[in-house]
Design a binder for this molecule. Structure first.
Ligand code: GLY
Ligand code: MN
Ligand code: MN
Length: 428
């Protein structure tokens, strides 16, 4: 178990969240949530375990094979954790376990049982309850336990996702730290990039910078994509040699105390933008800066993305990459052949955090939400465009907190102006 993470959020925060769940539960109902199980990678090797984000959100408990049961009976609340039993032999091999005895005090729950007793204890505790909140099909190993016990199963995902969407002050501090570490890693990457190094060497530099500041893992597989690899949106092979004259797109974010940062920067392998690279870069940067101005409470990602698509269309016509009448091309969404993804997403415990977006991301933004802003243009080498633009892929991504004053750019420490990046690379 990773005890270090227990220190990151005050325990009261988890209690408050559970109270909010209790308050929303109908009377005489149960609520059960499971975490992940260990996943085998290959013989005798597992993937590093990472708790389910919903489960972590309510428990702050990072061991696999655990479940939380909340019961509301005649207006009274009871919380029970199920976890692996203490096992000296297993602990010698694979690490310490919290155990049933210590769990109630540490996790601030009413009772703890060994996970082996889940079936029996669950059956006892739910007697005479009328409904169960459960995410059927989401956590397969839990389905066996819950299925057939209740006529009424209510999916808890909408409830918990809404709660997770608005971040508390303590959460914002952790996300800010994840963003800060992510920015430092990008700056280090800028200093280390040069022709003939492997993309994965830069991935390693980024990883080491994360680790220096207490972020053990990235919040998603780091994308270090040189040249046309940048046009593969989730390229994470990171196995190519970076070539003189190519751009490098890095999309990498630290996971700090399970909260994600998510930054993308794109810059030349040799430190100097060619004229066509500069033209596309300036267009993406212009769109991104305009989007940052507009992504404020009460606006929506959709409204702002519509403006981004106008800017892209005008710019691409000016460069001769799109041909035709600007207004018609905007109506046809012609720029989307080079801009295939959305403008941004929620950010939190998951890099693609949970929460309803409404149709086409038209949900009005609210204070306390954290989003990404990541316009990009990707022109593959077989696109029907002037030769000099082929194979260019550029994205610029920052993370924004919605505030009463508009927004706060949590990743502003990561340079994106051509001159600033050039200076960092030149002085490396
Ligand atoms: N890194 C994944 C994304 O930007 O959405
Ligand atoms: Mn990203
Ligand atoms: Mn993103």
């Amino acid at each position: 178990m990773d005890l270090a993470y227990l220190a990151e959020l005050p325990r009261e925060e988890f209690i408050t969240r559970r109270k909010k769940v209790f308050a929303q539960m109908q009377d005489n109902s149960a609520f059960i949530i499971f975490t992940e199980t260990e996943k085998r990678r290959n013989n005798d090797c597992n993937y590093h375990f990472r708790p389910d984000s919903y489960f972590w959100y309510l428990t702050g408990f990072a061991e696999p094979e655990s479940a939380l049961l909340l019961i509301k009976r005649n207006g009274e609340y009871e919380s029970t954790i199920f976890l692996r039993k203490k096992d000296r032999e297993k602990e010698i091999w694979t690490g310490r376990r919290l155990g049933v005895e210590a769990a109630p005090e540490i996790l601030k729950v009413d009772a703890a049982f060994e996970i082996e007793h889940l079936d029996k204890t669950f059956a006892e505790k739910i007697q005479n309850l009328t409904a169960c909140y459960y995410a059927q099909g989401y956590q397969a190993w839990g389905d066996k336990v819950v299925s057939a016990q209740f006529k009424e199963v209510i999916d808890w995902r909408p409830m918990l996702s809404e709660m997770r969407l608005i971040k508390s002050t303590a959460e914002i501090a952790l996300i800010q730290q994840a963003c800060h570490i992510s920015a430092l890693a990008h700056i280090r990457a800028m200093k280390q990039v040069r022709p003939n190094r492997y993309e994965m060497e830069i991935e390693g530099e980024i990883q080491h910078e994360f680790n220096r500041f207490g972020a053990r893992f990235p919040s998603y597989n780091s994308i270090v994509a040189s040249g046309e690899n940048a046009c593969v949106l989730h390229y994470d092979e990171n196995s190519a040699v970076m070539k003189e004259g190519d751009l490098l797109l890095i999309d990498a974010g630290a996971e700090f105390a399970y909260y994600a940062g998510d930054i993308t920067r794109t810059f030349p392998v040799n430190g100097k933008f060619s004229k066509p690279q500069k033209a596309i870069y300036e267009l993406v940067l212009k769109a991104q800066k305009e989007a940052i101005k507009l992504l404020v409470p009460n606006n929506s990602i959709k409204i702002v993305n519509d403006r981004v698509m106008e800017i892209f269309t005008e710019g691409l016509v000016e460069l001769g990459i799109l041909k035709g009448d600007v207004k018609t091309l905007i109506e046809q969404k012609a720029c989307c052949q080079f801009y295939m993804h959305g403008l941004g997403h929620w950010l939190g415990l998951d890099v693609h955090d949970v929460g309803d977006y409404s149709n086409e991301r038209s949900r009005p933004l609210e204070i306390g939400m954290v989003i990404t802003v990541e316009p990009g243009l990707y022109i593959s080498s077989d696109a029907d465009v002037p030769e000099q633009y082929k194979g260019i892929g550029i994205r610029i991504e920052d993370n924004l907190l919605m505030t009463e004053y508009g927004n706060k750019n949590l990743t502003s420490g990561c340079p994106k102006e051509i001159a600033d990046i050039g200076e960092i690379m030149a002085t490396a």
